[in-house]
Design a protein around this ligand. Structure first.
Ligand code: GLY
Length: 369
């Protein structure tokens, strides 16, 4: 398989998303990106550096005067300014200058931090994304959102900074832990729900094949997800309007992520937040009860949580109010006007929020009922 999606920024060609099943084309794709005899810094974690020695390094060495691997600790809890400082120090020690290149080899945490380092080191150096998880392939590697968490607030410090290339090798999914794969499915389902009902129905019809990791089905699923993400970020790169639709499930999801001390994966929290947002959409009579339950069942089918324990509704609401998904002092929700059609809403009342929390906060009596 081999696909290419061209992404523009402010109507100008900006970067390509290249979808492959190996790293074989990487060297060729770097033509024109690595200029002259430059250095390359590869940022990876202890899981993704397995792709470095035998697969990426030999290809990159053909393009650069030197290739350096910088290994950082995996996990959202390490997406901090301290880790970025560690990367800055490594780059300074190795004399990286503005014409050198950084590569993010990993999932969303690596991509966000490498992008932020690239945006700020020497006021900006080039970087490319090599996303190795489903979530980073379909979402976080595309669109130039970079940043770190700060004081446990998600992505509170960051920059919009576009990569020069997004190169995905789908064979990396073969070794991805299943929990990580399902976490990415939350973002895939999101695209269907917010933008494309036919994609949503297709996911339902292909559920068994997706669960079986059938190659051609995964390829189509990832390609279609990338097309939807491309379309939205091209129209609204800085999230002044419609890009906020991509935050479906994230208003509540981010609060749960924080309250659970980042013990749940991002997609797992997005699933919980999506169920709450779908319920709010049902309360507003935008979608039917059947549609709400069908959405909930979809997350269950992909082993994603639809209820969470040891969290209080009032804590979720209070953390939500301090998240950056606010519009002035109104909490910004993404609701479903219909399946495949989302809207921004800043009028959800505290009472409605409590009703939605009831749906996702696990109660023992429900279990024994
Ligand atoms: N992940 C949401 C966005 O890129 O806007």
């Amino acid at each position: 398989m081999s696909s290419r999606i061209k992404v523009t920024n402010e109507q100008k060609p900006c970067y390509d998303i290249v979808i492959e099943d190996s790293f074989d084309r990487l060297e060729q794709e770097l033509d024109g990106i690595v200029k002259g005899n430059r250095k390359i810094g590869v940022i990876a974690d202890e899981n993704t550096c397995i792709y470095y020695d035998n697969e990426c390094k030999p290809l990159l060495e053909k393009k650069a005067s030197a290739v350096h691997l910088i290994v950082i600790k995996s996990g959202e809890e390490n997406k901090t300014l301290d880790t970025v400082s560690f990367i800055y120090k490594s780059l300074i020690e190795k004399h990286f200058d503005r014409r050198d290149l950084l590569i993010a080899l990993g999932g969303g945490v690596i991509g966000d931090m490498t992008g932020f380092t690239a945006a700020t080191y020497l006021r900006g150096i080039d970087y490319i994304q090599i996303p190795t998880t489903l979530l980073s392939q379909v979402d976080s590697s595309i669109g130039g959102k970079t940043g770190v968490d700060f004081l446990a607030y998600k992505n509170m410090v960051g920059a919009f900074y576009m990569p020069k290339l997004v190169y995905m090798n789908l064979s990396t999914l073969k070794t991805l832990p299943v929990r990580q794969f399902f976490s990415g499915m939350a973002e895939v389902l999101k695209y269907g729900l917010i933008r494309d009902e036919s994609f949503y129905s297709w996911i339902i019809s292909q559920m068994d094949a997706i669960l079986e990791h059938e190659t051609t089905v995964l390829e189509e699923m990832i390609y279609r997800s990338c097309l939807i993400k491309r379309e939205i970020v091209e129209r609204d790169p800085k999230e002044l309007g419609e890009r906020a639709l991509l935050n479906f499930g994230h208003t509540i999801g981010h609060a749960i992520e924080k309250l659970k001390d980042f013990q749940l994966l991002h997609g797992e929290c997005v699933a919980l937040g999506s169920v709450a947002a779908a319920y709010l959409s049902y309360l507003r009579k935008y979608i039917t009860a059947e549609e709400y339950y069908e959405i909930r069942d979809m997350f269950v089918a992909f082993s994603l949580p639809v209820s969470v324990d040891t969290i209080r509704a009032e804590d979720i609401i209070s953390v939500t109010k301090s998240d950056k998904k606010m519009d002035g002092d109104q909490i910004k929700f993404i609701l479903l006007k219909d399946l495949g059609n989302a809207m921004i809403d800043t009028t959800v009342s505290v009472q409605e929020m409590y009703q939605a929390m009831e749906q996702i906060i696990y109660k023992e009596e429900d279990y024994y009922a």
